[in-house]
Design a protein around this ligand. Structure first.
Ligand code: NAD
Length: 258
């Protein structure tokens, strides 16, 4: 029916171009694949060239269009080249990130610098490049960043990681305020615990223990999967969220946050 097609078309990205960092694995890969399924041409960027190739193959096998950009998000020049190679840009999903855990009293400046470089500056560079291209072309685009539930919980060991994600939240809100008048929206996704290579404990028993604990904490009694987060990104990337900006969406299975 007409109403049904209006509801579906709000999520349709046909004719649009998306740039996804961290696209070689986990949440970034699921996001790249889903945005392609929604109709977007997807530019996949990551350090991991082999993983990128696998993601692009998944997209192409499903009839989608993908381009790959092996790069390091901490290298501003590489990001500039990759983003400006896009003729236009409607969506940025800045997903690339690393985990780091160390007690405050054992945290070295090198640890903090490395995590901030990748998780904060890497996202900042991608946002700057994408927003510039959108402004140059007059595109009313959508930028989606990846924060974390860690910004709400604190959490032992999560000083560097949480600080980097808190900085991503600040970037998201600030940029949203600055570019909103041009029709560019900027939102963050703050996932709870998601089953990806990042959260793999490389030990069957330890993994089962963690997953049981995380399932119990959620009212939904299951752990999160990359697709759960990809769907949140699709919502924020698409016209379905056209009046939403500067927000933090928390797909975390309803785990109570303080
Ligand atoms: P993942 O390790 O599976 O994927 C991260 C990807 O980022 C990898 O492909 C990696 O190669 C890429 N990457 C890392 N450093 C890079 C760099 N300098 N340049 C380019 N690419 C780089 O992890 P994931 O779980 O899919 O995490 C994706 C994002 O979601 C991260 O920002 C993470 O902090 C965030 N997040 C994850 C969880 C979770 O529970 N898995 C929860 C909250 C937030």
């Amino acid at each position: 029916s007409y109403r049904r097609s209006m509801a579906v078309s709000a999520y349709d990205l046909t004719g649009r171009t998306a740039f996804v960092t961290g696209a070689a694995s986990g949440i970034g890969r699921a996001t790249a694949v889903l945005l392609a399924e929604a109709g977007a041409t997807v530019h996949c960027a990551d350090l991991d060239a082999a993983g990128l190739h696998e993601t692009a193959t998944l997209i192409k096998d499903a009839g989608g269009t993908a381009h790959t950009h092996p790069l390091d998000v901490t290298d501003r020049g590489q990001l500039h080249q990759a983003v400006t190679s896009c003729e236009r840009l409607d969506v940025l999903a800045a997903v690339a990130g690393i985990m780091h855990s160390s007690p405050v009293l054992e945290t070295r400046d090198e640890d903090l610098d490395r995590v901030l470089d990748v998780n904060f500056k890497g996202v900042l560079h991608a946002c700057q490049e994408a927003a510039r291209l959108m402004l140059d072309r007059g595109t009313r685009g959508s930028i989606v960043t990846m924060a974390s539930g860690a910004v709400d919980t604190g959490g032992a060991g999560l000083l560097c990681y949480g600080a980097s994600k808190a900085a991503v939240v600040q970037l998201t809100k600030t940029l949203a305020t600055e570019v909103g008048r041009y029709g560019i929206r900027v939102n963050a996704v703050a996932p709870g615990w998601i089953r990806t290579p990042m959260t793999d404990r490389h030990d069957e028993d330890a993994q089962a223990h963690t997953e049981a604990l995380m399932s119990r904490m959620s009212p939904l009694k299951r752990v999160g999967e990359p697709q759960d987060i990809a769907h949140a990104v699709l919502y924020l990337a698409s016209d379905a969220s056209s009046f939403t900006t500067g927000q933090i969406l928390r797909p975390n299975g309803g785990v109570a946050m303080p």
